[in-house]
Design a protein around this ligand. Structure first.
Ligand SMILES: NC(=O)c1ccc[n+]([C@@H]2O[C@H](COP(=O)([O-])OP(=O)(O)OC[C@H]3O[C@@H](n4cnc5c(N)ncnc54)[C@H](O)[C@@H]3O)[C@@H](O)[C@H]2O)c1
Length: 251
């Protein structure tokens, strides 16, 4: 008997990294899944892997910035499974630039995907989550409250996710919907693997390494475990909060 038997969870950013690990963890506990991502090859490969394990899984190639694509995908999910119990909003990007050199367009990209994209998926999913008295987990970051250089757009977007999470929790708590977020520190994923090459020339490594975890780098599963916890009934009294998972980096 799994915590997510007969439950349906929609996961964004499910192709790689934390989203992929979260989908796998939820499936291990019995969830049926609907996966969204913009990266089709890795999304398709993940669906094949889950199908081979007997998981009931649907997917859609979606840019979370698109109202129409997100609305269609949420509808497809609910038509397929007849319900929606959980949403894990994990899709995200990080732009590394000196702040006096970043273009407005690039700054907006982080805000559009990480903050507004997260909001669009929440907005489309909430009517269905209210029916099931479900739960949302959004992916913020320690950069929401602890400064990191060359990442002002990303930090602003993740601060927005943290504040929006609290606001949504207050708005819907009496109707039985819970909304929480997770603030990971450095986790080993394609996003962080590729980060080094994107640091601006002459980047101050001392500033970048100011907040190092004290127990080695975290793995996607360390976050996936908390995604599952927060979406489960065991977290029924956990609402409107953020959980930091960073190996004491910001303690
Ligand atoms: N890895 C870390 O150290 C770390 C730390 C704090 C927060 N996070 C957050 O965790 C989340 C997952 O990141 P990750 O580290 O697993 O990186 P990742 O690059 O492996 O995963 C991000 C996923 O989001 C998808 N995506 C990007 N833009 C999209 C869009 N417009 N529409 C739909 N999907 C899109 C990507 O294709 C990818 O599959 C992100 O929100 C990230 O900001 C990561």
């Amino acid at each position: 008997m799994g915590r997510f038997d007969d439950k349906v969870v929609l996961v964004t950013g499910a192709s790689t990294g934390i989203g992929r690990a979260s989908a796998q963890r939820l499936a291990n506990e019995g969830a049926s899944l609907f996966l969204l991502d913009i990266n089709q090859p890795d999304l398709d490969a993940h669906v094949v892997t889950l199908n081979e394990q007997g998981v009931d899984v649907g997917s859609a190639v979606v840019d979370v910035r698109s109202d129409a694509q997100v609305a269609a995908a949420v509808l497809e999910c609910v038509e397929r499974f007849g319900r929606l119990d959980g949403l894990a909003n994990i899709a995200g990007v990080q732009t590394w630039r000196r702040s006096h050199e970043i273009t407005t367009e690039d700054f907006r990209r982080d805000i559009d995907i990480n903050l507004i994209g997260t909001f669009i998926v929440c907005r489309e999913a909430i009517p269905h989550l209210l029916e099931s008295r479900g739960a949302i987990v959004n992916m913020s970051s320690t950069t929401a409250f602890a400064g990191i250089p060359y990442s002002a757009a990303y930090s602003a977007s993740k601060g927005g996710v943290l504040a929006m999470t609290r606001s949504l929790a207050i708005e819907y708590a009496k109707e039985g919907l819970r909304v929480n977020c997770i603030c990971p520190g450095g986790i080993r994923t394609p996003m962080t693997d590729g980060a080094m090459a994107q640091f601006p020339e002459g980047a101050d490594m001392q500033l970048l390494l100011r907040q190092m975890s004290l127990d080695g780098q975290g793995e996607p599963e360390d976050i996936a475990n908390m995604v599952a916890m927060l979406l489960s009934e065991e977290a029924r009294h956990v609402n409107g909060t953020s959980i930091t998972i960073d190996g004491a980096a910001t303690a």
